[in-house]
Design a protein around this ligand. Structure first.
Ligand code: FES
Length: 155
């Protein structure tokens, strides 16, 4: 949940109501919003919440439309790859490449069922068991699905 800093800004003589009222839901969430809310549960308006070692993802949120449309996505904010098996079955993996720890150049080949890391071209099966071409397997997280929410347990 975003907290609108209207009052503080008003004291400084700055009118920035627009910053809170429009512009999409990615305009005010650049930082780690968990800093401001004391507890160990955070919700940042980006379609997911964290609670302890669980990440709870709202699969209907626009932030996860790539997952729905392409069947996979690199969920960089929580450092995981998400893979859609069907409408109620998903897998989650670390996005830490087993070869040399790259996180950002993933692609997914639907026909081979492998993630490919663009740093050095190694690939990793999506079955949570088989080793890739370098460094072992891509580690899986436990997932559960209910009511269009995906819970990933990161531990
Ligand atoms: S870091 Fe991924 S292939 Fe080298």
């Amino acid at each position: 949940m975003n907290t609108c800093p209207t009052v503080a800004l008003a004291f400084m003589g700055v009118t920035m109501l627009e910053a809170c009222s429009s512009g999409g839901d990615d305009s005010y969430t650049g930082g780690d919003t968990s800093n401001g809310n004391g507890g160990n549960e955070s919700s940042n308006g980006n379609g997911y919440t964290t609670s302890g070692s669980n990440v709870i993802i709202d699969l209907s949120h626009s932030a996860f439309s790539k997952l729905q449309n392409d069947g996979w996505m690199n969920f960089t904010a929580m450092r995981m790859l998400l893979l859609k098996i069907d409408s109620s079955t998903y897998r989650a993996f670390t996005n830490l490449c087993p070869h040399a720890s790259g996180r950002l150049k993933w692609s997914y080949n639907t026909s081979t069922g492998k993630f490919m890391c663009g740093y050095h071209g190694h690939s990793y099966p999506d079955d949570c068991q088989s080793s890739g071409t370098a460094g072992g397997k891509l580690d899986c997280y436990t997932t559960s699905y209910k009511d269009n929410k995906l819970t990933v347990t990161v531990s």
